[in-house]
Write a protein that binds this ligand. Structure first.
Ligand code: LLP
Length: 439
């Protein structure tokens, strides 16, 4: 079974103490040592899924894996994925700065985003970012000016809106026509014409699309490649240039709960390969270089979050709420998208005294519910709760809501644990606050 089809990190087990263990580390001991809430990343699972991707996509001759940094960008993870042969999709100066700090080869980086600032484009060019995926006409003009001022020819792709709808949460669909991202198919020719005739400091290498996230269907990926290659064929016929790079974005789903059935990495690779082969034949094109940008399916399953259970409330004739020491600030996905998660008590054997409870966060909002109606094993104050599959879009979307400190992150492997993000401190929380003299 592919890693994205599993709920728990590969190394999860119950040890001799009866506690949950990941990467050879007892989760209760980790909670004691590093305190909670605590993000944990299992290195073996992370490297395992990266290798799964490499192997599955090796069926294609020319392919580049770019990890979508937005799912989780911290220096140690960047270093690990870079070691595994991944490049990076970045969307901000912050992500650029972090991967630079991890000594990533900048040639293997694509800069995406629908409103990159002048400063960010300048920074990207100074750092030697390999590709910029240009999203709109303003950016084309701006980027050409910046490249010209630096005497550079910058490789670019055009981000297009392929008009493909996938069945995922409305907020994370991106490929449908009414989307804020990319050039509409009817605007591509004008953009190509401008690049060829006027923007001499831009070199167009290909097209880029991304249709959405947490996708379980495969047909949409097949169709996406079809739309991109059809456009490449049209551009070839009209302008006499054959673009040789296609970037299909990310989107492969993961298994948060038993209800989720994503296709395996192997299956997705097969669909990409078949679509490229079919459409290249149909349109008489050379096989292009494929770029993919998986984010969630690389880091989600490797990550879990530990919380300590505190207060509880039994609503008379209603639900039982148990509150943990984190919530919507370290994982906003349940309150934002209604995302579901699976969890277990780390310090108790299964099935002792199962109880259906609702796991509430500690933040001052009724909507701060992490998991609704889950069966847990006799949850009591002081127990450690392990929420699975939190590696993607948890830390990266975390906030300091209620001025609560961001948790630490620990990397586990072969019974060793290392801090990869320190717990925030109260001093750090106010370090950018300024009280003007006049008040
Ligand atoms: N490439 C582009 C251009 C993207 O916009 C995204 C995600 C990806 C790649 C990576 O997609 P993935 O493989 O992770 O599905 N915060 C939301 C997800 C937003 C995704 C935005 N774009 C969530 O927590 O579900």
């Amino acid at each position: 079974m592919s890693i994205n089809q599993k709920i728990k990190p590969a190394s999860t087990t119950i040890n001799a103490n009866g506690n949950l263990e990941i990467g050879g580390c007892d989760l209760v001991e980790l909670a004691n040592e590093y305190s909670t809430p605590l993000y944990i990343m299992d290195e073996a699972t992370l490297r395992g899924v990266a290798r799964e991707y490499k192997k599955a996509f090796s069926r294609l001759e020319n392919v580049n894996m770019m990890f979508a940094s937005k799912a989780l960008m911290v220096s140690a993870v960047a270093k690990i994925l870079s070691q595994e042969g991944f490049g990076f999709d970045v969307v901000s100066s912050g992500e650029l700065y972090t991967i630079k700090n991890a000594n990533v080869d900048m040639e293997n980086v694509t800069f995406n985003g629908n409103n990159k600032t002048c400063d960010e484009l300048n920074m990207a060019l100074d750092m030697g970012v390999g590709r910029i995926s240009v999203d709109n006409f303003l950016e084309l003009a701006l980027l050409n000016e910046i490249a010209k001022s630096k005497n550079k020819i910058q490789k670019i792709l055009l981000r297009i809106t392929p008009g493909i709808e996938c069945h995922t949460h409305e907020y994370i669909q991106t490929g449908h026509l009414d989307s804020k991202f990319g050039f509409d198919l009817t605007q591509i020719d004008e953009a190509v014409e401008l690049i060829l005739d006027e923007y001499k400091n831009l070199e167009l290498t290909g097209l880029h699309a991304h249709i959405g996230s947490q996708i379980f269907e495969t047909q949409v990926f097949f169709d996406e490649i079809g739309v991109i290659l059809k456009e490449i064929k049209r551009i070839k016929d009209k302008f006499g240039i054959e673009l040789y790079e296609i970037n299909a974005g990310g989107g492969l789903g993961v298994t948060y709960t038993d209800e989720d059935c994503p296709p395996s990495v192997e299956k997705i690779a097969q669909v990409f390969a078949e679509s490229i082969e079919k459409h290249c034949k149909e349109y008489n094109l050379k096989q292009p270089v494929l770029y993919i940008e998986p984010g969630r399916s690389i880091v989600a399953t490797a990550g879990v979050t530990l919380y300590t259970i505190g207060s509880s409330k039994q609503v008379p004739n209603g639900r039982k709420y148990i509150a943990v020491d984190g919530g919507m600030a370290d994982n906003p996905r349940p309150s934002m998208y209604g995302a579901k998660y699976f969890a277990q008590i780390a310090n108790k054997k299964e099935d002792e005294k199962p109880q259906t409870v609702t796991v509430a966060g500690r933040f001052c909002e009724s909507g701060d519910i992490l998991i609704k109606d889950i069966e847990l094993n006799d949850p009591q104050e002081g127990d450690i709760l392990c929420v699975y599959n939190t590696g993607a879009y948890g830390y990266s979307m975390s906030s300091n809501y209620n001025r609560v400190l961001k948790p630490a992150m620990v990397l586990v492997n072969s019974s060793q644990s290392d801090i990869i993000v320190k717990r925030e401190t109260l001093e750090q929380l106010i370090q950018n606050d300024v009280i003007p003299d006049r008040i």
